[in-house]
Write a protein that binds this ligand. Structure first.
Ligand code: ADP
Ligand code: MG
Length: 697
């Protein structure tokens, strides 16, 4: 593949627009994309015609409004371009109206009560800021998905609103610093995506993987990740072929896939793109996950995006590298060269510190899923407690400002904003703490709590909104200040002082830290989805998010309900799968082996009456007792599940699942895993962890 020629070849990007559109239509579309100007129908018609010609020339026969409902995956409904022509043939048609607005039947998407089922209509609206692209033979048009009452039923709409909120407040701050050139402030993200690859043949033989995306049974293999030989290790040929193929597919779609390497666990890998605006990065990450799965199947592999496919083995996350920049190319989270730039940098840094402390709960719940609950706090991913890592140098600078004491790097002068230039500090040394949930890495923040299957939209909606709120408070104060510099200095000092508790530079995996965080610093430790999700509706959160126009109260209520429903549904499916596997496969397999062992003992005695049957007797005793334990545990799990119907309230149901169903699942798993360890391999009905994790050559 000639990369520079093929890059973006399946995207109706700026190059394609310029080539295909009349100059006037192109300019008005550009104004819509860059400045959010309204697009009139004449231009929409011209764009639709150009898109259609471009797509048909590349083999497309259908178009779809591509959107991100609250299921967390993307949805599409295909319509063909064909329209009958008078001569009995067909012509390829696509109008401006069809481009701008679609009406998928919304009744089967979750709405959390927002849309009564008799009013099952929703509409999709074109998002011109994210380019259309071709997938297979379909032109995909990125769209937002709303109900007829205007409520958002998707993840893109609030994300766009949050970007707008941050833009609005950040511009106020920049104007205060005398910056009149910047027209837009933009948040950017580079998400690092982790995943596992297993062979399709083995995957097919595991009902748990097929139905739930994770294994619900399985003893750990003798070799796990103790040797650290996989991380950054040589990539196996089959995996390398997959990665090469994946890169080509992504590049054609204009996705800047950049780095790839093995991760900590066997069979675990990572892909990181070059960062782009939060909106496009979100679309691209959704596409990346989808294409990973498709390309894997071409290679006889299955890509597992679940947060915890294997118990006892590191799970998969997604690192959300986030920064704030201007349309003039300045990164507002990078220290500058002049005193004024540095004061501005410190202000934006403080805005993030304040945001993370004030809205810890929102950040935590933005990554909450049943799958991610297994990772957070399990000494492989950040704890469920949110804290921030700034690095020693920046922490020392902050400390000097707070205490009004000299900072060493400043030749023993007092730190005074607007007078002194910050010492240049080395960005590379700031990020060696891998245990922090939220780390400053020189010119961006890395939010590390996201699960591998999460849409990054949710985390960025909360991050953008919370920072917009800090900036709003700052701008309100500074705009009314008599002495700008004094007010700025005081505000930064106050932020550092008030929010010192959220800054932690130590080891986030340490139990002592959790104790200190909760008991001394008063930070939240929201361990599970039912613990954190209902907090979305806390008054302070509703006030903040509605005041910036990111969500309406109804949208927040519906989201809380949907996220809790998702949690309940995934665990209920897991429980049902476990019950089925235990009854239909595991118990019968152990019984079959048991009988074989018993028959062996009898056969031995028949030939040699004095032969020792110690081994057979021991095995029969152990296996019988394990089978009995399993039988009891399955019954108890069934019982726990049946009680769920006693409650119609989703919050209560999720709590019961956490407190009764999950422990019953663990109680069933334990004897099954013990039995696996002493059952002859030929009798075991599923590929083992060893087979799965070391099966791809
Ligand atoms: P590491 O594994 O050390 O965290 P990677 O290179 O794997 O680093 O990922 C870093 C990610 O951060 C990449 O996606 C990169 O494009 C992104 N990134 C770099 N600079 C910025 C920035 N200013 N804003 C947002 N993301 C950024
Ligand atoms: Mg990283």
């Amino acid at each position: 593949m000639n990369v520079s020629e093929e890059f973006g070849s399946l995207v109706f990007d700026d190059r394609a627009m310029k080539a295909m559109l009349p100059a006037k239509a192109y300019q008005s579309l550009r104004r819509t994309i860059d400045e959010g100007a309204r697009l009139d129908l004449g231009v929409a018609n011209a764009v639709a015609a150009a898109m259609r010609d471009w797509a048909v020339a590349r083999g497309a026969t259908h178009y779809t409004h591509w959107f991100q409902p609250l299921t967390g995956i993307t949805a599409e409904k295909h319509d063909s371009f064909i329209a009958p022509s008078p001569d009995g043939g067909v012509i390829m048609e696509f109008s401006g109206t069809e481009l701008v607005k679609g009406e998928p039947d919304a009744s089967s998407f979750p709405s959390g009560g927002l849309r009564a089922t008799f009013e099952a209509r929703g509409y999709t609206a074109w998002d011109p800021t994210s380019y259309a692209f071709i997938k297979g033979s379909t032109l995909c048009i990125p769209t937002a998905f709303c109900s007829y009452t205007g409520d958002a039923l998707d993840k893109k709409t609030p994300l766009l609103r949050s970007m707008e909120a941050l833009n609005r407040q950040a511009l106020r701050i920049l104007r205060l610093f005398g910056n009149d050139e910047v027209k837009r402030v933009i948040t950017s993200v580079g998400p690092e995506q982790e995943y596992f690859l297993v062979t399709e043949e083995m995957y097919e033989r595991r009902p748990d993987l097929r139905f739930t995306g994770r294994t619900l049974f399985g003893t750990k293999p003798p070799k796990g990740q103790q040797l650290d030989d996989h991380y950054f290790g040589v990539i196996k040929p089959r995996v390398a072929a997959f990665m090469a193929d994946l890169n080509e597919e992504l590049w054609k779609l204009g996705i800047l896939a950049k780095t790839e390497h093995n991760e900590v666990a066997p069979a675990q890998h990572e892909l990181a793109p070059i960062y782009s605006t939060t909106n496009i990065a979100t679309d691209h990450n959704q596409l990346t996950m989808e294409i990973m799965q498709r390309v894997a199947s071409r290679h006889g592999l299955v890509c597992l995006l679940h947060e915890k496919p294997f118990e006892g083995v590191n799970g998969s996350g997604k690192h959300n590298n986030w920064s704030i920049g201007t349309d003039t190319g300045q990164n507002l989270l990078a220290p500058g060269d002049t005193p004024s730039e540095n004061a501005q940098f410190l202000l934006f840094l403080c805005a993030v510190i304040k945001a993370v402390d004030d809205y810890q709960d929102l950040l935590r719940l933005s990554v909450a899923t049943a799958g991610n609950d297994h990772r957070l706090g399990a000494n492989e991913a950040p704890p469920a407690v949110i804290s921030m890592f700034l690095g020693d140098e920046l922490a020392a600078i902050m400390h000097a400002i707070e205490a009004d004491t000299p900072y060493e790097g400043m030749e023993r002068r007092k730190m005074k904003l607007g007078v002194d230039v910050l010492p240049l500090f080395n960005c590379d040394t700031t990020d060696r703490n891998r245990t922090s949930p939220f780390a400053f890495t020189g010119n961006k923040f890395e939010f590390r709590m996201l699960g591998s299957s999460n849409s990054i939209a949710c985390a960025n909606i909360m991050l953008n909104s919370a920072v917009a709120e800090s900036l709003r408070i700052y701008a309100d104060r500074l705009e009314g200040a008599q002495d700008f510099e004094a007010a700025l200095h005081e505000m930064i000092r106050k932020t550092i002082k008030d929010h010192a508790r959220i800054v932690f530079n130590g080891n986030g995996y340490d139990d002592a830290w959790i104790d200190e965080a909760v008991n001394e610093r008063g930070l939240h430790n929201l361990r599970t989805t039912p613990d954190c999700m209902p907090r979305l509706l806390d008054e302070k959160n509703v006030t903040m998010l509605t005041s910036h126009g990111v969500f309406t109260l109804a949208e927040m209520e519906s989201r809380t309900e949907i996220m809790l429903e998702n949690y309940c549904n995934s665990i209920e499916i897991e429980a049902a799968t476990m019950i089925g596997m235990a009854h239909a496969e595991i118990i019968p397999a152990v019984e079959a082996y048991l009988r074989e062992v018993a028959e062996t003992a009898a056969a031995k005695r028949a030939v040699a009456p004095n032969a020792s049957v110690e081994c057979e007797v021991g095995l029969v005793e152990r296996l019988s007792s394990l089978v009995d334990r399993m039988f009891v545990a399955v019954g108890e799990l069934e019982e726990a599940v049946s009680h769920l119907d006693e409650t119609a309230d989703v919050t209560e149901r999720s709590e019961r699942i956490r407190d009764e169903v999950l422990p019953a699942m663990e109680a069933l798993r334990a004897p099954a895993d013990e039995a696996e360890a002493i059952t002859a391999k030929g009798f075991w009905p599923f590929p083992t962890y060893g087979d799965l994790l070391f099966g791809v050559r």
